[in-house]
Design a protein around this ligand. Structure first.
Ligand SMILES: [Zn+2]
Length: 228
């Protein structure tokens, strides 16, 4: 076989072999236990950015967190990938927490902040939801420096996606039948490794932190689904 350095992933395979061996050395049943089933308590919804490692930043091991990632950590009823993750983890795995986690220095949020709507490419189409959040919150950006505006875009985008999660028919149905489920809005900083809470956790439609406020309806992609 001709060696092609541009397609050679042998270092990855070697790293994987060492990792698996180390896991088994610590616990011979490590993988056999995982192979049987999964019962994570957390669904993580985050950006695809390579600097953010969902399990690692919470010091979790395989089996502890179900992960849904896309460019800009967006939640949209038209995204069957994200909706199926919500449905599967809530209806079948009975997860307890949804961690909507944005991150500072997010390229998707910068694009949503700066790109012209007519910019070519599917990425611009995808991040149009970020642009909508920007446009609906124009006053929040007044007087900010470029870096401050970028951070603000990241935070407002997380808030919008939290409300999109809460307003989704899947989460609304879970709360209506009394299923324990808390939605969190978090932001991660690649520069410090720290996560902070942006909003108070939302445990249901009766939770004081949940409201059908003007802000919620403004952010929400599913406002037609919300009960008055
Ligand atoms: Zn990002």
């Amino acid at each position: 076989m001709v060696h092609d350095s541009t397609s050679d992933i042998s270092p990855l395979l070697e790293a994987n072999r060492k990792w698996a061996e180390e896991c088994i050395a610590k616990d011979p049943t490590y993988f056999s236990k995982l192979a049987g089933s999964q019962a994570p308590e957390f669904l993580y919804i985050g950006c695809s950015d390579s600097r953010v490692a969902p399990a690692a930043i919470f010091n979790m091991v395989p089996g502890e967190v179900f992960v849904q990632r896309n460019v800009g950590n967006l939640v949209n009823v038209k995204d069957l990938n994200c909706m199926s993750c919500l449905e599967y983890t809530i209806d079948h795995l009975k997860i307890k927490h949804i961690l909507v986690t944005g991150h500072y220095n997010c390229g998707a949020c910068k694009a949503g902040l700066l790109w012209h709507p007519s910019t070519a490419g599917v990425t611009n189409l995808w991040i149009s939801d970020v642009r909508d959040v920007r446009d609906k919150n124009a006053a929040a950006f007044e007087g900010l420096t470029a870096d401050e505006a970028w951070d603000k875009m990241v935070e407002l985008n997380v808030e919008a996606q939290v409300f999109n999660v809460c307003a989704s028919p899947i989460v609304q149905a879970a709360w209506a039948r009394g299923q324990p489920l808390t939605v969190h809005g978090l932001v991660y900083s690649p520069g410090t490794g720290r996560v902070k809470e942006l909003i108070k956790p939302i445990k249901g439609t009766d939770d004081p932190s949940y409201s059908l406020s003007a802000k919620l309806k403004q952010h929400c992609s599913f406002s037609d689904c919300l009960k008055a």
